[in-house]
Structure formats: C-alpha cells, structure tokens
Design a protein around this ligand. Structure first.
Ligand SMILES: NC(=O)c1ccc[n+]([C@@H]2O[C@H](COP(=O)([O-])OP(=O)(O)OC[C@H]3O[C@@H](n4cnc5c(N)ncnc54)[C@H](O)[C@@H]3O)[C@@H](O)[C@H]2O)c1
Ligand SMILES: O=P(O)(O)OC[C@H](O)CO
Length: 340
C-alpha cells in the first residue's frame, strides 16, 4: 500500500485556508503553515480561522502548524499563499528545503524593487524547484463556500500541472492547465489595480456603461502592457485574464475593490487599507506598475490616473476630465500590436 504524501499550504490567511480546505475535501492530508503558533493552535482546537474565513469549518484533514522546516520536509507539493510583501522574506531562510519541490504560487503581486513576479522569486531562491502558478477568478470566501469556480494552473512542467489538477480539481472547483506561466501570473497581479478603480466608480454611483467601459479599457491597457513585456495576449482572454478582471472589478467581496470603494467614500489611502485589514495587493502594484510603464513608455491612462489620485494629490474629477478628453484611440489595439 502506498502512503499518500501530505501537501503543504504556506500562509494561513483567507486564500491559504480556502485552498487547504479544498485539498482536504479531496482526501489529501494538508499541512497549513502560518507564522503564529497561537493562531495555529486556535485553529487546531476550534476548526475555524475566524480572522480570515469566519464561519467556515476547517476540515479534519487540515493540520495547522507553525513549523516551516518540518512542513517542507514532509511535503513535495507546496502551495504558497503569502502576501507578495512577505514571500521572499518568509521563504529565503528555508531555500535549501525547497530543492526539488513542486512550488505553486497563488500570490498575485509584483516585488517592489525588482519588478519580479512571485514565481520568478521562487525560481531565484530555489533554482532546482519545479515552479507553477495558480490564478483565476477565485475569491477565497466563495471558494471556501463552494461557489462553482474555475482556476488555472500554469507551468511548462506538464507533470506538475497534472498533479495540481489531480489534487485540487473537485466537485465545485475546476482546474484548467496552461503553459503560459508569465501571462497567467501577470494577469492576476495587474487586475488588482483596476479593481481599486472599479470600487471607486461604484462608491461614486457611476453608471453601468461606465463600469463596462472601465473593465474593457482595463483589459486593453493591461494586455498592452503585458504584450510589451513579451506575453501572449490570448492568455488575457482566459480565466486568469478577463475572468479575474471581471470578478475583482465587480465584486464587493474583493479587498482591492473594497479599498477603492473606501477611497470613493472619501477615506485616505491609509484609512482605506486599515479598514480592510487584509492584503490588497493593488495598492503596491500601482506604484511599481506606473514606474515600469513610464520606463517602457507604455500608454496606460488608467494607471496614470489612479496613481495621480493616490500619490500625486490630484482629485478624481481632474483625472476623469483628463481621461475623457484624451484623444480617442483604436479599440482592441493590443492584438494587432502583438503581431497575433
Ligand atoms: N483572498 C483571496 O480571495 C485570494 C484569491 C486568490 C489569490 N489571492 C492572493 O493570495 C495572496 C495572499 O492573500 P490572502 O487573501 O490569503 O491574504 P490575507 O490578508 O487573507 O492573509 C495574509 C496571511 O499572510 C500572513 N502573513 C503576512 N505577512 C507574513 C509574513 N511575513 N510571514 C508569514 N506570514 C505572513 C498573515 O498572517 C495572514 O495569515 C495575495 O497575493 C492574494 O492576492 C487571494
Ligand atoms: O480580494 P482581492 O481583491 O485580493 O481578490 C481576490 C482574488 O484575486 C480574486 O480572484
């Protein structure tokens, strides 16, 4: 009889907890690592993670732990669900234990100084690991509450994709495979910025035409940027592109949308972020994205406008005026520019 190896989930926030529960539901033994031993003990006793997923029962197959070396020693497949600001800092000290592992990043952010995506950081600190990215329209609470959901595992390592599909694909969670790790990961990071804008638009009572214009032009803008970096624009028509953009830009359950909504209500950025109390990756992404767009000379009026509101003291009215009076451009320009 073969003994099944446990699977590690690194990060005890909303998404780590939701993924751990999905794996356990499929009969996998899961080690859910979090840095705080008291939180691990409380979850072990109460079978609930009240700070991040209140009311969701954590299945018996999930073993909360704060022992990272032991977790990595026991598991070959490792899902990483840390905020982008913490990933390098948390995993660099244990980089030797990552050798040969299958590391799947679920983190949707970009490193500030280097403009590296999280799987690129994993590759850097663990060059002998096998790397993948899981991304798509996956609000953690909906995943945990069994809303019918689809996601994408992206890697050039087909065996890794199959392994993730086998372990994660279930009754309410479909997992599609892609070979475009870069495009899938970039889509997940970029959409957070536009979700902040959509939250603002909702708070200001803007119309449905406006919301649709925002989402569609956001797709054009993020794809134009991605194509400039060499990504395949077709990936942006999939779950990890337009799929994730739609859910994050239209759901009040998205933390990025919530930050935008709070800003639209008149809160300062600091108070808006504080009110949410969870990770909203778009706040950091907007800074690095604006700098990179300037460096590459990519036309990104929405990013420029949001950056001006958040960090350059411009009012929303000034930015809307500038956006609406800009010269009209060609629709779907990013496809023809890419040569596809
Ligand atoms: N929540 C979602 O719906 C969702 C869905 C898909 C992807 N993601 C992505 O997953 C990543 C994590 O998001 P989340 O929603 O789970 O965040 P969260 O705010 O719910 O939880 C963050 C967790 O990380 C822990 N943490 C913070 N700093 C740490 C450090 N230095 N070392 C160890 N642990 C640390 C916190 O204690 C907490 O447990 C983000 O990049 C997010 O974009 C989230
Ligand atoms: O809550 P958000 O804004 O971090 O979005 C969560 C997921 O990325 C949606 O797919």
């Amino acid at each position: 009889m073969t003994v099944q190896q446990p699977i590690a989930v690194i990060g005890g926030g909303s998404f780590g907890t939701a993924i751990a529960n999905l794996l356990a539901e499929n009969g996998q033994a899961v080690h859910l690592w979090m840095r705080d031993p008291e939180q691990a003990e409380a979850i072990r006793s109460n079978r609930e993670n009240p700070r991040y997923l209140k009311g969701v029962r954590i299945l018996d197959g999930v073993q909360p732990t704060s022992d990272l070396p032991a977790t990595l020693a026991a598991c070959e497949l490792v899902f990483v669900a840390l905020p982008s600001s913490a990933l390098r800092q948390a995993l660099q000290p244990v980089c030797e234990a990552l050798t040969g592992k299958m590391l799947v990043s679920t983190t949707k952010g970009i490193e500030a100084q280097s403009f590296k995506l999280m799987s690129q950081i994993l590759e850097e600190i663990a060059p002998d690991a096998r790397i993948g990215v899981l991304s798509g329209p996956n609000l953690a609470r909906e995943v945990a509450e069994h809303a019918l959901t689809a996601s994408v595992i992206a890697s050039e390592d087909e065996a890794l994709c199959r392994k993730v599909q086998e372990t994660l694909h279930g009754r309410t969670f479909r997992v599609y495979a892609s070979r475009d790790r870069f495009g899938v990961e970039l889509g997940g990071a970029l959409k957070n910025v536009y979700a902040i804008m959509s939250g603002m638009a909702a708070a200001l009572g803007m119309g449905e035409n406006t919301k649709s214009m925002l989402i569609t032009r956001a797709l054009a803008e993020m794809t134009r940027f991605a194509v400039n970096l060499g990504a395949n624009p077709m990936t942006f028509l999939g779950l990890a592109g337009v799929g994730d953009l739609i859910v994050t830009c239209s759901s009040p359950k998205s933390r990025n949308y919530q930050v935008g909504h709070a800003l639209g209500e008149g809160l300062s950025l600091e108070n808006a972020v504080g009110r949410i109390g969870e990770v909203a990756e778009g706040v950091n992404t907007i800074k690095v994205l604006k700098a990179k767009a300037d460096e590459l000379q990519v036309y990104m009026p929405l990013v420029t406008g949001l950056h001006a509101i958040l960090f350059e003291g411009r009012t929303l009215e000034q930015v809307i005026e500038a956006l609406m009076s800009g010269e009209p451009k060609t629709d779907v320009d990013f496809i023809s520019a890419s040569g596809f």
